[in-house]
Design a binder for this molecule. Structure first.
Ligand code: HEC
Length: 139
């Protein structure tokens, strides 16, 4: 592993080659739904239905998580999902998945209680994509 984020380089190459739809400039287009954000930013690795089988999955050092198999209902690990996507609780070293926090934070922020009883300014795009991941869980 180099420090060069090979997965991101590969994603860019595939986009250039026309294999993967280019992502919009910002994931936080004010009217982008969680599903649109997911399909633009997550599906290349996690698959169009979240099963961890996107076109990039075979080429990554680590298999993308199957996002349909997280605990559902009241047990949905919302703080874990949001923190993982944002990247704030991950150690960058050796991680395959990019951190979306800095980019999402450029968009609309809304007060949000992630479960600790404290209202924290949170990117709306992060909340929407977490809602979408929750909707992928088997009922
Ligand atoms: C470049 C490929 C890639 C992209 C793009 C990507 N992921 Fe991931 N994701 C991974 C990989 C690989 C893992 C497995 C752990 C790791 O290496 O970080 C993972 C892990 C996760 C996890 C942790 C699951 C668990 O069981 O703990 C969540 C949640 C997640 N991704 C959601 C997303 C969402 C939502 C997006 C889009 C905003 C996204 N990912 C974009 C590759 C990717």
């Amino acid at each position: 592993m180099t420090s060069h984020r090979p997965a991101l380089v590969l994603a860019l190459l595939l986009v250039t080659a026309g294999c993967v739809a280019p992502a919009p400039d910002h994931v936080d287009e004010p009217d982008a739904t969680g599903e649109e954000i997911y399909q633009a930013r997550c599906a290349a690795c996690h698959g169009p239905e979240g099963r961890g089988d996107g076109p990039l999955a075979q080429r990554l050092d680590r298999r993308p998580a199957d996002l349909t198999r997280l605990p559902g209902g009241a047990d949905f690990p919302r703080a874990h999902v949001m923190g993982y996507v944002d990247g704030y609780f991950r150690d960058d070293a050796g991680e395959v998945m990019p951190q979306f926090g800095p980019e999402m934070a450029e968009g609309q922020l809304v007060p949000y209680d992630i479960g600790d009883g404290v209202m924290t300014p949170t990117p709306a795009a992060l909340i929407r994509v977490a809602d979408y991941v929750e909707s992928l869980q088997a009922k």
